[in-house]
Design a protein around this ligand. Structure first.
Ligand code: ADP
Length: 248
């Protein structure tokens, strides 16, 4: 019934007035989102998707913001205040950064997997104005699993390398494999902050599920293990991309 569509024309305001329009991507360019609670395995599933669908480039707003924080850029300094307390960073700070990136990839004709954006309806509406979202993978993971998982997650702050004591432990407990430096728990991975993030997800981000369901582009995958969920995700993406190939 539904056809995946190619990118909608990008905002005229930011498109350059050259002949670049000729290079606009058509059917081979896709835009995918991954939605799910914080700590719900978005990163793991994203990695698997990128391995199997290698024409997609990954863009994680959490990673991008953490890089700004590490580099102490003005954006990073502002974002840190919100991130450390488990709140979303303000829309006016994040939307432009993401749309610039989406716009850039779309112009190159690349497919993109966006992870961590949109987080609310205002961000989704802003994204809609820039590109056409065709596939939304919604991960539905129980809260207990998430709290357990997050408390096992430790990072090497200088590089951003992530370890998990259950399934991806460092060689030496508490030390980074490459540098041997101490691992720390992210401020926003501490239990009280995790609960705040889960509450904020329910209130602010969960409505996106209905938003994209109404557009007919979302599929929900429930479970606790990425290895069990992923084969279903892979099958669904393949099916959707296949549909897109069919002649109209
Ligand atoms: P997780 O995947 O663990 O939920 P992320 O790495 O996606 O967390 O994001 C970490 C933090 O970065 C969030 O708690 C929030 O403060 C900020 N952040 C990331 N993406 C967005 C966004 N789209 N809008 C607002 N804040 C964001």
């Amino acid at each position: 019934m539904r056809n995946l569509k190619s990118y909608a024309p990008l905002s005229k305001a930011s498109a350059s007035p050259s002949t670049e329009g000729d290079a606009m991507p058509e059917s081979d360019s896709h835009f995918m989102l991954i939605l799910g609670k914080p700590g719900g395995g978005k990163g793991t599933i994203s990695k698997k998707i990128l391995k199997d669908f290698s024409n997609f480039t990954h863009f994680s707003t959490g990673d991008m913001l953490r890089q700004h924080v590490r580099e102490k850029t003005p954006i990073g300094k502002e974002a840190k205040k919100h991130m450390d307390s488990g709140r979303l960073v303000p829309d006016d700070l994040i939307i432009e950064l993401v749309l610039d990136e989406a716009h850039k990839e779309a112009r190159k004709g690349n497919s993109m997997l966006l992870d961590g954006f949109p987080r609310n309806i205002a961000q989704a509406q802003a994204l809609d104005k820039c590109v056409e979202v065709e596939l939304v993978v919604n991960l539905d993971i129980p809260n207990e699993t998430i709290v357990e998982r997050i408390s096992d997650r430790w990072i090497h702050p200088a590089s951003g390398r992530i370890y998990n004591y259950s399934y991806n432990p460092p060689k030496v407990h508490g030390k980074d494999d490459v540098t041997g430096e101490d691992l720390i728990q992210r401020e926003d991975d501490k239990p009280e902050t995790v609960l705040k993030r889960l509450e904020s997800y329910e209130a602010v981000t969960a409505p996106l599920v209905d938003y994209y369901m109404e557009k007919g582009v979302l599929q929900t995958f429930s479970g606790t293990e990425s290895d069990v969920i992923y084969p279903m995700v892979n099958k669904w993406i393949n099916g959707e991309l296949e549909k897109n190939k069919r002649p109209q």
